[in-house]
Design a protein around this ligand. Sequence first.
Ligand SMILES: [Zn+2]
Length: 255
Amino acid sequence: MTNRVLVYHKVDVRSEIGITVVKPDQFRRQIEFLLSEGFQIGTLRDVYQNYPDGKRRVALTFDDGYENIYQYAYPILKELGITATVFLISGYLGKRNRWDANLGGIHFTHLSQQQVVELVQNGWEIGSHTVSHRCLSGMPVALIRMELRDSKQYLETTFGREVAYFSVPFGKTNRQILEIVREVGYRGVCGFFPFKYLNSPAPAEFIPRLAVYATESLSALKRKLGSGSELRYEVTKQNVINFCANATILVNSLR
Ligand SMILES: [Zn+2]
């Protein structure tokens, strides 16, 4: 049984036109479903370093570090005895997002330093999601290195924990990013699940993830953790959605 890694973005009662907001009651149903299916759920560190082999394991991750994770997801997970990994944008702690295309006019605030301290004290793991959430593809190497290194150093100094994992903004990784990930000292890098790794092994540091989108059913969730044609279906879906999400990058670059 290979490990599977899920990524959420926003858990909130508010809706936006995008597809990344999962409602709190839906989130609870999904997590309870995974538990009822016998999955062991935890942080990336738990799943990759601490859990014994032979279990059905799922790492739970959150990208962007929105405050709604603290408000809605954290209390549910705490009640269920589950911890998760949250990928923070080091330049945005406590600030409102400016980098998102802001569909629907809703502003989402990022976690404050104090909220992250509480998550860490309760067993959550923090990862880096760069300093600025700019798209790394096509960026000069020195700037990519700065985004990966400075965010890691800042988060480790601020929260006193190793930042072992990195998540690529907009999900797309490449050989150059992988090299810098190794050089800067991360244990792994999270990105979207490309087709090529359905049939061939991924580089050792690469952690393919599947996103959970708004209004997805429990059977969709189950497929993401399955194999063969079920997994292929979900990887295809994510690649189609990712293609559309590139519009966010375009919109941002035009502002
Ligand atoms: Zn992101």
